[in-house]
Design a protein around this ligand. Structure first.
Ligand code: COA
Length: 418
């Protein structure tokens, strides 16, 4: 028994944002049918390929546990099949550029006529407003959602982050919208439209930066290291380097071997309740009772000196040694883990966060499993489908088409394998 068992999802998504959403729903047990353009499929199948003529890691890592049907929905036959798929589905998810579904002949009103219980979930770059017609990719969302302006160092340009907060982040938001709409449908027996914009998703994840924007209007942001350095604040939330975004100051500090290893660093938080333990550990006992250092407020204008002193200590230890010494004392810190270290971490394999998958064309590869663990709905990560792998199965078993009808559709070219 899986949480979403029996829920049928028509997955009209592509690239990253939409596919992450439907992949999550598939992991929770929904039957997800990915509808793709004949011959081409999701553009990511062929992007950033590491093996010639084999589905890329980009695609295989975003489309686990789905079935694939190819259908040209701009032909008369293709349209009819799409209508039948819509009639049989609980949810349709799409992330085409604005207006694409309407241009295809499937506006919301028509979809509702075909199935008034269906939930149509969409990701667009922007919500209604001046940019609503724009195409958007990850970094545009990061830039227009406040993330880039607040990421990086004060003396550098805006920076995008490696975490795909615009794509995968919005996919997560949409997944929550879909299951919420399914829950509401239990009572109303009606479908609805669910929309998530990438800009909104990034702004949601940048909430603390809007907090700081409003605090800035009342005075300097004393926990930012720029305050301690005496650098005046401007009118908008500045880039804060590696400063902690919360009320407990934190920095990234060098560890033993940093000269040759770009990831030999640790994130260290000088959490107020463990200040005395930190002082003991780094051999700075005089700071415990010194009025200039003993309270969080008294330390704010000295954070640079404090973290440089702690760094003198961390530089004598590996990032793992620092963590091992801090953990028992309750001092929050964490090593900077490289992707190589993460991919080799046995504990992440044990929990199913990093999984090894076998694919008929590419062989074994690593993927990220489901990051949300349900005790009553275990996840088995299965390989992504080949393009059109389930064409016949879907037409026959889901739509109940007989052989003659399937032959007719095939010979029309709507499936692309004429
Ligand atoms: N049969 C026939 N036509 C199909 C089809 C099918 N099975 N599947 C897709 N198409 C058509 C669409 O109808 C569209 O045609 P149109 O332009 O005539 O309306 C066309 O293929 C391409 O769709 P589009 O979404 O515009 O693709 P794109 O490659 O030009 O743009 C994005 C890609 C991601 C920029 C754009 O889809 C977008 O902005 N999406 C919303 C935001 C988003 O999710 N971005 C993040 C992606 S990670």
């Amino acid at each position: 028994m899986k949480a979403l068992q029996g829920i049928k999802i028509l997955d009209f998504t592509h690239v990253q944002s939409g596919p992450t959403c439907t992949q999550l729903l598939a992991w929770f047990g929904a039957d997800v049918i990915k509808l793709e353009r004949p011959g081409i499929g999701d553009a990511t199948r062929s992007q950033l390929r590491d093996i010639d003529n084999v589905d890329s890691l980009y695609f295989t890592m975003l489309n686990h546990n789905k079935k694939s049907i190819t259908l040209n929905t701009k032909t008369a036959e293709g349209k009819k099949v799409l209508e039948d798929l819509i009639a049989k589905s609980d949810v349709m998810v799409e992330n085409f550029s604005p207006g694409a579904l309407d241009r295809m002949g499937f506006p919301w009103e028509y979809i509702q006529k075909l199935n008034d219980k269906i939930i149509v979930a969409s990701i667009k770059g922007f919500g209604p407003g001046p940019y609503e017609d724009c195409k958007v990719y990850e970094n545009i969302a990061q830039c227009t959602g406040g993330a880039a302006a607040t990421t990086g160092f004060l003396d550098g340009p805006p920076l995008v982050t490696g975490a795909q907060i615009g794509d995968s982040g919005t996919g997560l938001h949409l997944a929550l919208g879909i299951v919420t709409a399914l829950f509401q449908r239990e009572k109303t027996k009606k479908g609805q439209k669910v929309s998530a914009s990438m800009q909104d998703g990034v702004i949601n994840l940048c909430r603390v930066k809007l907090r700081d924007q409003q605090r800035l209007e009342k005075g300097p942001l004393t926990e930012y290291s720029q305050y301690g350095k005496g650098i005046p604040f401007g009118t908008s939330t500045p880039r804060a380097g590696n400063d902690s975004g919360g009320g407990q100051p934190g920095w990234i500090l060098k560890c033993k071997g940093w000269e040759n290893d770009p990831n030999s660093y640790v994130y260290f938080i000088t959490q107020a309740p463990v200040w005395e333990k930190i002082c003991k550990l780094i051999n700075k006992l005089e700071w415990v009772n010194d009025k200039g250092y003993s309270t969080p407020a008294s330390r704010l204008d000295k954070l640079t000196e404090i973290f440089e002193t702690i760094e003198d200590w961390t530089k004598t230890k590996t990032k793992y040694e620092v963590t091992e010494l801090c953990d028992p004392e309750g001092i929050p810190c964490g090593p900077i883990l490289s992707m190589k270290e993460i991919s080799e971490d046995q504990s992440l394999r044990d929990t199913g966060t990093i999984v090894e998958i076998d694919h008929p064309e590419r062989g074994k590869y690593l993927s990220v499993g489901c990051p949300i663990k349900l005790s009553e709905s275990p996840v088995d990560v299965e390989r992504s489908p080949l393009l059109g792998e389930h064409n016949i199965e879907i037409l026959q078993d889901l739509l109940g088409y007989n052989e003659d009808k399937i032959n007719l559709i095939q010979s029309s070219g709507a499936l692309g394998d004429k």
